[in-house]
Design a protein around this ligand. Structure first.
Ligand code: BYC
Ligand code: FE
Ligand code: FE
Length: 474
């Protein structure tokens, strides 16, 4: 079951060869995917050999194989984590009943919407990163970008498989639409806000993989609890790939900080102007990038009070991340204390039925996870003898979705007047000058082992190879 035949036209562990109709439908979609990749995927590197890992099975030991691959020849396939025998519904009104191998008709619309929303983010991120290869700070980083890109492409395959296999004609139509919407397109944008933001520099890429891929982790954890077993199994396997994406973000930001600290030491100053002149990224600039990407990613969890979330939980469609960590999986007579805006400047606590607050429960678990990197980064800064502290803004800062949408708050969560907000926001988010500085650093470095001047080398290479390995043959 676990092993996958990579010579199949569509590698899979779902016995595709024995479902000719489904196989034909996916083989019909495959060339559409490939021409989308050709047009919207990494610009200009189609002919290059890239040292990539490819999924070859789904067991913990040997799921990945490493080797040189040209990206258009990457073996995108369909991999579901192994079925858990006698798996039972883990939450909601049907707790304890057997999970579903088919989508119950009454929940079809909700499932389709969730799968389409999830599926939409995957190709969106590839589109956002379309041009980054041209300005890579090293071959090591270039390879990591492409690894993330091919795996997001595979995540699209994961959702398209579900749409084709379980949603008939509308599923096939949705699969086409996943290739027709485009990030930032005025007429046909991607569904969720963050996935229409440009990622035109590598600092944004590191922030995106730290914050936005981590939203992916939490959403996938929620969907991995689903009673619709094929969805749960797909998401469980996707989570194993997601870990590397967040690694790229966390180590990327760490390396930026390490380099900045070196420059601060060499110059004997923390003056941003001097640091910029020396070709590095000052910590206040980094803070503004963190503010931007964290607040944008928080919106991806939806509204604090959501009847959609309550219905999904009640019906066993979408659980909480790490549902097993809770004791009460029905959550029918629990409440959640939510801080909401009150009048012009106040805040009051509102009692919300727990099920309606499930988006917020997931968001808070996510925010806590985001703190871990900041702790590590602040330790580095402290150890270098500086008292600068990076912080995450409050979860209600700069929100565009939910109870705090368009409510002016300072990064520390204080409510402020609209004028103060308008005056402050320029200093809380990356300014035009910040972006121009970062952009000016984006000079491509492609000599094996060499790094751009704004980022320190990684501690180690990929798959036990040295940092100086030729990760992409140009
Ligand atoms: N932008 O009751 P509400 C990843 C919509 S990232 C625009 O508040 P609900 C990845 C919402 O659709 C993980 N619209 O929320 C990372 C709804 O619209 P309708 C992606 C938004 O229903 C990096 C309305 O507002 N996975 O994998 O609980 C690289 C009110 O809905 C936004 C998922 O999102 C927004 N930010 O939905 C690559 C999981 N937020 O129906 C990949 C699947 C909400 O009224 N999706 N809306 O027209 C879901 O679970 C849910 O759709 C949401 C929240 C989490 C988005
Ligand atoms: Fe993904
Ligand atoms: Fe990801």
């Amino acid at each position: 079951m676990s092993n996958v035949n990579l010579s199949d036209r569509i590698p899979n562990n779902v016995d595709l060869a024995n479902d000719r109709t489904l196989q034909r439908a996916l083989e019909h979609w495959q060339p559409h995917f490939l021409s989308w990749w050709d047009e919207m995927g990494p610009h200009d590197f189609a002919e290059r050999d890239v040292y990539l890992r490819t999924a070859v099975g789904v067991d913990a030991q040997g799921w990945a194989s490493y080797g040189y691959v040209r990206m258009p020849e990457y073996r995108w396939g369909i991999f579901l984590a192994d079925q858990v025998p006698d798996r039972r519904i883990g939450f909601g009104d049907m707790l304890g009943q057997p999970v579903w191998q088919q989508v119950p008709g009454e929940f079809r619309t909700q499932f389709r919407r969730l799968i389409v929303t999830q599926g939409d983010t995957e190709p969106a991120s590839v589109e956002q990163q379309h041009l980054l290869g041209h300005t890579c700070p090293s071959l090591y980083d270039l390879r990591n970008l492409f690894q993330v890109n091919v795996e997001e492409g595979r995540h699209l395959w994961a959702m398209v498989y579900l749409l084709h296999a379980y949603f008939g004609r509308d599923g096939r139509e949705e699969a086409e639409e996943l290739l027709a919407r485009h990030s930032g397109d005025i007429d046909k944008p991607r569904i969720l806000g963050t996935f229409n933001e440009p990622i035109s520099d590598w600092l944004s890429f590191f922030c995106f993989t730290y914050f936005t891929d981590r939203d992916g982790k939490y959403q996938l954890k929620s969907l991995a609890e689903s009673s619709f077993d094929p969805l749960a199994r797909t998401c469980r396997f996707m989570l194993t790939e997601e870990a590397h994406h967040m690694f790229v973000g966390e180590t990327g930001i760490s390396r930026v900080i390490r380099r900045t600290l070196e420059v601060m030491k060499e110059l004997g100053t923390d003056d941003p102007v001097a640091i910029r002149r020396a070709g590095a990224i000052d910590l206040p600039l980094l803070q503004r990038y963190l503010n931007f990407w964290f607040s944008s990613s928080l919106d991806l969890f939806g509204s604090e009070i959501s009847s959609n979330a309550a219905t999904s939980f009640a019906n066993g469609i979408k659980g909480r991340p790490d549902e097993a960590h809770y004791t009460d999986h029905i959550a029918i007579d629990q409440g959640f204390e939510l801080e909401v805006p009150d009048g012009d400047v106040g805040i009051r606590v509102e009692q919300v039925p727990m099920r309606n607050a499930m988006n917020e429960v997931a968001r808070l678990a996510y925010a806590k996870d985001c703190e871990m990197g900041l702790k590590r980064w602040n330790m580095m800064i402290g150890r270098a003898g500086h008292d600068f502290v990076l912080t995450l803004p409050a979860v209600r800062f700069r929100r565009a979705i939910g109870s705090w949408a368009d409510v002016p708050t300072a990064p520390d969560g204080r409510r402020i007047g609209a004028t103060d907000y308008a005056q402050g926001i320029g200093g809380w988010l990356p300014s035009t000058a910040d972006r121009a500085h970062v952009q000016s650093l984006m000079q491509r470095v492609i000599e094996p082992g060499k790094m751009a001047g704004w980022v320190a080398p990684p501690d180690r290479g990929i798959n036990n190879m040295s940092v100086a390995y030729e990760y992409v043959r140009l």
